[in-house]
Design a protein around this ligand. Sequence first.
Ligand code: KIV
Length: 271
Amino acid sequence: MSTEGTGRVLTTHKLLEMKERGEKIAMLTAYDYTSAKIVDAAGIDIILVGDSAANVMAGHETTLPITLDQMIYHAQSVMRAVKNPLVVVDLPFGTYQGNSKEALHSAVRIMKESEADAVKLEGGVEIMESIQRILSAGIPIMGHLGLTPQSIHKFGTYAVRAKEKAEAEKLIADAHALEDAGCFALVLEKIPALLAKRITEELKIPVIGIGAGKYCDGQVLVMHDMLGLNNKFSPRFLRRYANLYDEYLNAFKNYVADVKSCDFPNDSEQY
Ligand code: KIV
């Protein structure tokens, strides 16, 4: 039996050291074994098994419908693939808000059944009781503030958050509250870059941005978006590193044409 640590190369402590020495943190979502293996091979620091799986894997409009069982299934698939990165799993909507006992139960299920390294929760002081209870069980938590997609029905839009002073001040207070409670990192989604800069400078824990500008300690993107698998989604913050929609489409079209024309399989592709 190893007594050296978690077995994972990247730990929450190492992330803290990366911030201290100014080394940027690269985080990406993954939801399945095959892509998680490639993401690991690319040298990613953190994999997020995001509840964005509800959108990009299952085709829902929002992240709300995904269940705890479904998140655990995705987390298990990712965990079978990876060796190096820290794996963080989203607690889905309705499994932690307003009931800290249920929150702990949900987080424990994720940790036990997937063997992931940490969980992520959306929200600030309003979910503090759940955060404290989960942390008291020794489960590391990544916070998530700004545009929190599980609250989309409250916001009514996916527009940039905290442009007004009052919301920015609440966000700053929430960020400090999450750090003081013991969260090991914080995601800031779709907020002004200068606000994210201030929070990044004020907090000791790493701040990972998505649509939160260049001053954050790290960046996260949704894998399907950065691969260009969804050619309809192009917010300003998104940089596409591939155009897989067209690549997939051409491959599928060529396959259909080859089957129809009796070109596939040929003599060397049969037994
Ligand atoms: O679920 C997700 O993919 C996320 C990222 C957008 C940070 O929470």
